[in-house]
Structure formats: structure tokens, C-alpha cells
Design a protein around this ligand. Structure first.
Ligand code: CMP
Length: 143
């Protein structure tokens, strides 16, 4: 089954949005298979955001994502990578539609509440960067 990596960024944790965000993906019908509140090191941040290394905002991005705890998650379900991106909304919260996570909760492109993998390749890479295999679960729902 398809999996994606989602992360509530430091602004979302600070603003007590973790529960609301988890609920959105639960309500949609996706399954949480791994989660942890963690402090990202500078090394992990630089590796995770490696594709943006040459961008002028790279330093700011690394400083922000390491500024406080993040809530890292792995979600599973059919089409979860693309659907989660739609539920998050556009990267810039000022352009994100109302009803999306960034549209409802974010204001600036830097502090945009949530990160989500943008392709199967980045999902695989990001899940293995943040989670050990034994930290992920596999279970069947009884409902
Ligand atoms: P994310 O989906 O985590 O992936 C890369 C991040 O870079 C993106 O969300 C934004 O938060 C951030 N970003 C993009 N453009 C800018 C910018 N101009 N200034 C600061 N951060 C940015």
C-alpha cells in the first residue's frame, strides 16, 4: 500500500495544530502507521531539504525547521501521496484554497504549517530519513 511522509512544522506544533491535522487525515480514511514528536538536527534538515540547497532561502528554511519540535508521520492509503498534497494546499498559504490545511492555518511561505512528500521517490527517501523500519507499524483496522 502507498505511504507518504508528512510533518507538522514547528509553527504548527507551537500553535497546537497537531491534533486537528491528524484528525483531517484520519477522517479522510488514511491510516497512521508511524509518528513521533522530534527535534530535527541541522544535519537531518540539510539532507531532507537538499534539493533546495542553492535557493536563497535555504539557510532560513533550515533554521526554521530546527527551531522547535516537529511532528513526523507516515500515513498509508490508496493515492495518499497526491491526496495529502491536495489536502495541504499550495506551498504559499496566501495562494492555498480555503479548506486546505495551509489555506486555513498558514500565512507565510516559510511558516506554512506542514510538509508532505511530493512523489513516490521523495516519500520513500523521506520516510527512511526520518523513521527506522521498526518504528513503522502494519495493522488491520477492525471497523
Ligand atoms: P515544504 O513543502 O516543506 O518544502 C520546501 C519549503 O521551502 C516549503 O515547504 C516552504 O516552506 C519553503 N519555502 C519555499 N519558498 C520559500 C521562500 N521564498 N522563503 C522561505 N521559505 C520558502
Amino acid at each position: 500500500m502507498e505511504k507518504t511522509f508528512l510533518m507538522v512544522k514547528p509553527d504548527g506544533v507551537q500553535r497546537d495544530l497537531v491534533g486537528k491535522i491528524v484528525t483531517k487525515f484520519e477522517d479522510k480514511g488514511f491510516q497512521l502507521v508511524g509518528a513521533k514528536l522530534m527535534q530535527i538536527t541541522k544535519e537531518l534538515a540539510e539532507e531532507h531539504y537538499g534539493e533546495h540547497k542553492e535557493r536563497p532561502f535555504f539557510g532560513e528554511l533550515v533554521d526554521f525547521i530546527t527551531s522547535g519540535p516537529v511532528f513526523a508521520m507516515v500515513w498509508e492509503g490508496e493515492g495518499v501521496i497526491a491526496t495529502a498534497r491536495n489536502m495541504m494546499g499550495k506551498t504559499n498559504p496566501q495562494e492555498a484554497a480555503p479548506g486546505t490545511i495551509r489555506g486555513d492555518y498558514g500565512i507565510t511561505v516559510g511558516k506554512n504549517v506542514i510538509h508532505g512528500s511530493d512523489s513516490p521517490e521523495s516519500a520513500e527517501r523521506e520516510i527512511s530519513l526520518f523513521f527506522k523500519e521498526e518504528e513503522l507499524t502494519s495493522y488491520t483496522k477492525n471497523s
